[in-house]
Design a protein around this ligand. Structure first.
Ligand SMILES: Cc1ncc(COP(=O)(O)O)c(C=O)c1O
Length: 393
């Protein structure tokens, strides 16, 4: 069976990272990997903080955060005045949910491709307020037009107080037509939160042109920022209503500082995040994106072939730009979340490969990522050894 040619490697890129060379790191999507230069930049900021904590926190930190925020917002194509830095996408979602003022009878609508922790957050806010949540089933192979139709049919204008859609989904690596969904929700007066945890760095994005009421994206995945760096972008009409999860100083300053300032935390990840963008730009944004997506596609094909999956059955729900690809596992392999976790651990331990294993509607899926530090032989090795491991049960 012919497998597509892997992309040209980016020479030296692996040396930019401190990843354990004895392991194939094929799951950049879950927790990212921070380039050494960015780690160093953060360490220098920590050294500065420890040299004089009072001066670091009291003299100019709020301004330095604002400066960083403007830089990151520009990269995202977002309004800097509508952008707040937060620790991660989960926090951004929780900030939005608890600022909505949900009431009994209101509902929050999500899709069945959503992230598990976000679903828990929605459930908790609904329990707290008496609102309800509803999940729209979206078939993996649904076209963009079908997705928009499913969402259209699923909204209950007046009752639906928030629709949450993912820009790139986690369990299914699917790209959703977020701008079209936002447009139709707007026609029905339904606010939309776009969970774009994976988008910054992976896709060319313009948050402003998506036009969502709320958008949250991680810079610590595909934009090489230190962990703890995410952006919450809020449309003008909502900014005054957005409350931080933890009340601290800067309440009078308003959005976004009111949300960002969370007292004595380590803010060095945010301040070092521009070094991540610098790395990305130095490698070449388009080159990195094309490389990563092509390598993930290559990995999907070689591992899919090894498991006997016909090319036509290898989903491409993200299209050619997404650097994460799925390989279906045999029925009965990883049918539950616990079984998926156990299989991930077994692959890590026995094959020295880090992959994501998800269970989605009782079907097990392997999710493979491509990153500049990966090489085709890492997927070849996994393909050669995985069938035996799976056969052992
Ligand atoms: C779609 C989606 N939303 C939210 C998150 C949570 O991100 P974080 O752990 O940085 O809060 C993830 C993490 O992978 C994700 O894939």
């Amino acid at each position: 069976m012919t497998v597509p040619q892997p992309p040209e490697p980016i020479p030296g890129a692996r040396l930019l990272f401190s990843l354990d060379p004895s392991v194939s790191h094929l799951n950049h999507g879950s927790f990212g990997a921070v380039p050494i230069g960015v780690q160093r930049a953060q360490q220098r900021l920590r050294d500065e903080m420890e040299a004089n904590p009072l001066r670091f926190f009291i003299q100019g930190l709020v301004d330095r955060i604002a400066h960083t925020r403007r830089h990151l917002a520009t990269f995202l194509g977002a309004d800097p005045d509508g952008t707040a830095l937060v620790g991660n996408a989960t926090t951004g979602v929780a900030v939005v949910l608890q600022s909505l003022g949900l009431r009994p009878g209101d509902e929050v609508v999500t899709t069945d491709h959503g992230y598990g922790a976000v679903a828990f957050s929605v459930e908790r806010e609904c329990r707290r307020t008496g609102a309800v949540s509803r999940t729209l089933p979206v078939p993996l192979t649904a076209s963009d037009e079908e997705v928009v139709e499913i969402v259209r049919a699923g909204l209950r204008p007046g009752r639906t107080k928030l629709l949450i859609v993912d820009q790139i989904t986690s369990p299914t690596a699917r790209l959703f037509p977020t701008a079209a969904i936002v447009g139709l929700a707007r026609e029905h007066g339904v606010p939309v939160l776009v969970d774009a945890a994976h988008a910054p760095g992976m896709l060319p994005i313009s948050v402003a042109s998506i036009g969502a009421d709320f958008w949250v994206g991680n810079l610590h995945k595909w934009a090489y920022a230190p962990r703890g760096t995410a952006a919450l972008v809020v449309a003008g009409a909502w900014r005054e209503r957005i409350q931080p999860l933890v009340v601290s100083w800067e309440q009078e300053t308003g959005f976004p500082t009111r949300v960002e300032w969370q007292a004595t935390l380590d803010y060095t990840a945010w301040l070092a995040a521009p070094a991540g963008l610098f790395t990305l730009r130095t490698l070449g944004l388009d080159r990195v994106r094309a490389h990563n997506a092509a390598l993930a596609a290559y990995g999907q094909r070689v591992v899919g072939d090894a498991l006997g999956v016909a090319p036509a059955d290898l989903p491409e729900p993200g299209g050619p730009t997404v650097a994460m690809r799925l390989v279906p596992l045999q029925p009965g392999v990883a049918p539950t979340i616990d079984a998926a976790r156990e299989l991930r651990a077994r692959i890590a331990e026995r094959l020295a490969a880090e992959v994501s294993v998800a269970s989605w509607h009782g079907q097990g899926w392997l999710r493979l990522c491509g990153q500049v530090y990966n090489t085709p032989d890492e997927y070849d090795r996994l393909a050669a050894r995985l069938p035996t491991l799976l056969a052992q049960g």
